[in-house]
Design a protein around this ligand. Structure first.
Ligand SMILES: CC(C)(COP(=O)(O)OP(=O)(O)OC[C@H]1O[C@@H](n2cnc3c(N)ncnc32)[C@H](O)[C@@H]1OP(=O)(O)O)[C@@H](O)C(=O)NCCC(=O)NCCS
Length: 175
């Protein structure tokens, strides 16, 4: 990849997985994201219930990746919205050589568009130590709705939602 390569956002194809795993390996080495290298990296990039996955390409290289999944009850509770109103952003990472070029912003814009088309709003969870991700989410005006300790993990997690259109009174949040 070079600095002048055009960035292209597109749905992930199965054939992209080896290059996604290669990009993830660089991110894991630099950022410990994920903390431990997964036994099944392709499975890690294809979380349970995944509805979509997107990549950003620079030339032939995968430089960014994002999966979209149902949020699950715990994340919906942390966000204070019903599960059906939410679309979770997962497995978001950008290759170390492509940072600060707006790659993650492109992916998050796609998450917003995809969620909006389904009447949903994106929700994201990030470890409190992930300063870049926190900077990314807070710059874009996402709302920090809570901090929790994930089940069985020592890490503390911050939960963000993209400001949503007004809800009907029937769309009650969890109490
Ligand atoms: C977090 C991450 C996805 C950001 O990717 P990126 O493509 O470099 O982000 P963008 O270029 O779209 O940045 C958009 C904005 O986010 C904020 N931001 C991004 N990286 C930042 C950093 N290191 N420190 C502070 N703010 C940062 C800035 O406001 C930036 O705008 P600016 O460059 O105009 O100042 C990337 O650093 C990464 O992959 N980190 C490791 C994996 C990870 O933490 N994933 C998220 C798990 S929840």
């Amino acid at each position: 990849m070079t600095d002048t390569d055009e960035l292209t956002l597109r749905p992930r194809a199965d054939a992209d997985l080896p290059r996604c795993i290669e990009a993830l390996a660089g991110v894991q080495a630099a950022d410990r994201y994920p903390v431990d290298w997964p036994a099944d990296p392709a499975g890690r990039l294809t979380p349970h219930g995944m509805t979509d996955a997107w990549v950003v390409m620079a030339g032939a290289d995968v430089v960014g990746h994002m999966a979209l999944t149902p949020p699950g009850l715990a994340l919906a509770r942390a966000a204070g919205l019903p599960e059906w109103r939410l679309l979770a952003v997962a497995r978001l990472f950008v290759g170390t050589r492509a940072r600060r070029r707006g790659v993650a912003a492109l992916l998050l814009d796609r998450a917003i568009g995809t969620a909006a088309a389904r009447g949903q709003t994106p929700v994201l969870e990030v470890e409190t130590a992930a300063r870049a991700a926190i900077g990314l989410y807070e710059r874009a005006g996402r709302r920090h709705v809570g901090t929790s300790t994930a089940d069985g993990r020592l890490a503390r997690m911050r939960t963000y939602v993209t400001p949503a259109p007004p809800m009907n009174s029937s769309d009650s949040a969890y109490s």
